[in-house]
Design a protein around this ligand. Structure first.
Ligand code: SF4
Ligand code: FES
Length: 292
């Protein structure tokens, strides 16, 4: 196995640590729509009709002699309206080289299995339009993970970190609820954890995080977001919330985050990860405040 060494593209981070002036991905998209950038994109798409798209795909296979040295293969794929990065690599695999290996399943941004490093940024293959990208389109496996083959990386460390925050509901001591009663959640509380519950475990955020790259024990943005979802859920007791905060405030937990915003920038589900991490930091401080 080899570890891919390239650094993710440096993403510009808002300089406001309190994030009062930070623009959410949703806001940015709306602003793009209003400024007419979206129309320009459709024009670009129309221009590509009938042409071929040049993709450069990372290749590596530890089990085949001659493929153990990482390299890029060039493919020229006929463009079709609406073609995504995933469509392009699937075409390359089906028509040119059946050994080209990558993960995918739902093709609608739900399963999280096709996160790649495309033109220097973590993106979901099935959600990324080819026509929005500079050519040649460079498609690589997620950085900072061990490459198993071609675009497939070993996700076991990511899953270990996700499981480390106990990502399941713990309701033993839920107050005021009898055994036979369903556990209700207020609409306000649902709204609060709504975004955090959108995570599809794609690993893009973890791969974009410089801190995670340098500290293998750091829980990472996805796991912390998962913990946020439960810690902020009113249906768990205060005791369990404290237990969760204890996990999060450990040496390799929330305090390792340096608010670089790279995770928030790449999350395909627009989850405000950095904001959630900062909120958990505040909760951890509040928990430890002593009053005399
Ligand atoms: S938080 Fe976003 S980027 Fe990170 S694993 Fe979940 S969906 Fe993917
Ligand atoms: S194929 Fe499922 S998220 Fe892209």
């Amino acid at each position: 196995m080899s570890t891919q060494q390239q650094e993710p593209e440096t993403q510009e981070a808002p300089k406001d640590p309190d994030m009062k002036g930070a623009q959410s991905p949703q806001d940015r998209r709306l602003a793009e729509k209003e400024s007419g950038a979206i129309d320009e994109e459709s024009e670009k798409r129309a221009e590509l009709e009938g042409e071929t798209v040049h993709i450069k795909v990372f290749r590596y296979d530890p089990e085949v002699e001659g493929k153990q040295e990482p390299r890029f293969d060039d493919f020229h794929v006929p463009f079709k309206k609406g073609m995504t990065v995933l469509d392009a690599v699937m075409y390359a695999r089906d028509e040119y080289d059946s050994s080209l290996t990558f993960r995918h399943s739902c093709r609608q941004a739900v399963c999280g299995s096709d996160a790649f490093f495309v033109n220097g940024k973590q993106r979901l293959g099935c959600k990324t339009q080819i026509s929005d990208l500079e050519q040649p389109v460079r498609i690589e496996p997620l950085p900072h993970q061990e490459v198993v083959k071609d675009l497939v990386v070993d996700m076991s460390h990511f899953y270990d970190q996700m499981h480390a925050v106990e990502p399941y509901f713990q309701d033993e001591d839920t107050p005021d609820v009898s055994d036979l009663e369903e556990q209700r959640q207020s609409p306000e509380n649902r709204e609060k954890i709504k975004m955090s519950s959108r995570c599809i475990w794609c690993g893009a955020c973890m791969s974009s995080c410089n801190i995670a790259a340098g500290d293998n024990k750091y829980l990472g943005p996805a796991a912390i977001n998962k913990a946020y979802k439960f810690a902020m859920d009113d249906r768990e007791s205060e005791e369990i919330k404290e237990h969760r905060l204890r996990i999060l405030e450990q040496e390799h937990g929330v305090w390792r985050c340096q608010t670089q915003f790279s995770c928030t920038e790449v999350c395909p589900k627009d989850i405000p990860l950095t904001e959630h991490i900062q909120e958990l930091k505040r909760e951890a401080v509040k928990k430890n405040l002593k009053f005399w």
